[in-house]
Design a protein around this ligand. Structure first.
Ligand SMILES: Cc1cc2nc3c(=O)[nH]c(=O)nc-3n(C[C@H](O)[C@H](O)[C@H](O)COP(=O)(O)O)c2cc1C
Length: 439
């Protein structure tokens, strides 16, 4: 049986980041996904992220003539089995109800002959406004499935309905709508099937929608950031490897914070069992050599943050078979070879990012070692991490940012807080070097 095709329209709401998780769930289930993003939606997620996850071109502009030749807007609206709007903003619901077609998303919604499912998300007052309630009633009367938003605490101190249903709940509603094509306005998102899990389920920091209209809500919008995280595993034979105690938690927290701050994030991760933060493009590697190659391919970027604890050495020779004891008591020789120095390599590269940051986990003379590393590696900042009291793998970090301008020492903080503070500092630094065109 051919897998269903979904046309996903992403509107300009703060919950747009959850559409990324929805795309991941749809793709994981084998469905084909084409994304359309509104102009306002682009302020919250990048077309590149949606393209990478949907493995399909993302459409943004009605008057893109090339697309009219290759795939006209009428064809695009009809090629899907289901059109999904998530998040459906108050604005999109109003335009859909009124039949307005003044951009690509609304034109597709008016031109489609396929069922439509909308997952609203907005401030509670906007949701409860008689105009929105009228529009929802009109849409349901027209046969559009409009999910009820979740109820919960909103920023601005308000509580009530308006939060986007969790991606897994939208996914379940999509499955239900696809298996029941004649059904129209199922108003409740059905319960989640147990096999579905999302990164949002395990990522406490994203359990709640961010503030509705925070000031300068995306300070890294328009920036591309590369992050390495975790340990590397250097094989000795098929079952043994050289490793270290890095948990990857700090690097993953930094990737999550960078994505929340609006950056396009490429996370190159060593072997760690951590879920991918929403909105992050992740490449998994095992060895230092693989990590160096992925980093090289990931450049150029605006900032690179090298958090991974890359093994200094690897086994000089790797045995194709498991090395066995021969009973003589003789110990097999283990010759080591030096791994590439990824941080120094990036610093020397013609694609050196404008802001290059290294991490240094130290157990003694933390700042002196960091100053030496800054000079030796040719990077802009070293985030020196005191691991004497609390070795790698803990939940907090005490860091010192060492640069040619001096030392900025922070109190011990949870890793997510270190990550957010670091993003603020990076955003300020990048803005000082090259102001952004838009936010
Ligand atoms: C920070 C911020 C967050 C917003 N969040 C929402 C939201 O969650 N829901 C909504 O309906 N509108 C929200 N808006 C307003 C919409 O972005 C605005 O109405 C826009 O015109 C919607 O365009 P679209 O429906 O074409 O995507 C937000 C605006 C800002 C600046």
């Amino acid at each position: 049986m051919t897998k269903p095709r979904i046309l996903l329209i992403v509107g300009g709401g703060i919950a747009a980041y959850k559409s990324i998780e929805l795309v991941r769930l749809l793709r994981k289930s084998g469905m084909t996904v084409r994304c359309v993003i509104t102009r306002a939606g682009e302020q919250f997620v990048t077309p590149l992220t949606l393209a990478a996850l949907s493995e399909n071109k993302v459409y943004t502009n009605l008057f893109d003539l090339k697309d009219e030749v290759e795939m006209g807007h009428i064809q695009l609206s009809r090629e899907a089995d289901l059109v999904v709007v998530a998040p459906a903003t108050a604005d999109l619901l109003a335009k859909m109800a009124a039949g307005i077609a003044d951009d690509l998303a609304t034109t597709l919604l008016l031109a489609t002959d396929k069922p439509v499912l909308a997952a609203p998300a907005m401030n509670v007052r906007m949701w409860l406004h008689p105009a929105t309630q009228r529009n929802v009633a009109t849409l349901r009367g027209d046969g559009v499935t409009v999910l009820d938003p979740d109820e919960g605490e909103m920023a601005c101190g308000e509580y009530g309905p308006g939060r986007l249903p969790e991606p897994a709940a939208i996914f379940a509603a999509i499955e239900s709508r696809l298996s029941n094509p004649l059904a129209s306005s199922a108003v409740e998102a059905p319960p989640l099937p147990s096999r579905v899990s999302t990164s949002l389920d395990t990522n406490g920091s994203l359990d709640h929608q961010p503030d509705f209209a925070p000031e300068n809500h995306r300070p890294l919008f328009g920036r591309r950031i590369l992050i390495t995280a975790g340990p590397t595993h250097e094989p000795i034979d098929p079952v043994r490897y050289i490793a270290n105690r890095s948990s990857g938690k700090q690097g993953f927290a930094i990737a999550a914070a960078a994505a929340e701050a609006g950056a396009e994030v490429l996370l190159i991760a060593g072997p760690v069992p951590l879920p991918t933060p929403p909105g992050v493009i992740r490449v998994d590697v095992e060895t230092a050599v693989e990590m160096a190659e992925e980093v090289r391919q990931g450049l150029p970027v605006d900032a690179a943050i090298m958090v991974a604890a890359v093994a200094d050495w690897r086994a000089a020779d790797t045995s194709a078979q498991k090395i066995k004891k021969d009973g003589s008591g003789a110990v097999p020789p283990l010759a080591l070879a030096e791994n590439p120095d990824i941080l120094a390599g990036v610093a020397r590269s013609p694609d050196r990012p404008p802001l290059l940051i290294g991490f240094a986990a130290e157990t003694n003379d933390v700042i002196a070692h960091a100053e030496a590393k800054l000079a030796k590696k040719g990077c802009d900042w070293i985030v020196a991490n005191d691991v004497a009291a609390d070795p790698m793998g803990g939940e907090s970090n005490r860091v010192h940012i060492v640069s040619k301008n001096g030392i900025d020492s922070w109190d011990r903080l949870p890793k997510a807080a270190v990550a957010r503070k670091l993003m603020e500092k990076i955003a300020d630094e990048l803005d000082a070097r090259s102001p952004r065109h838009s936010d």
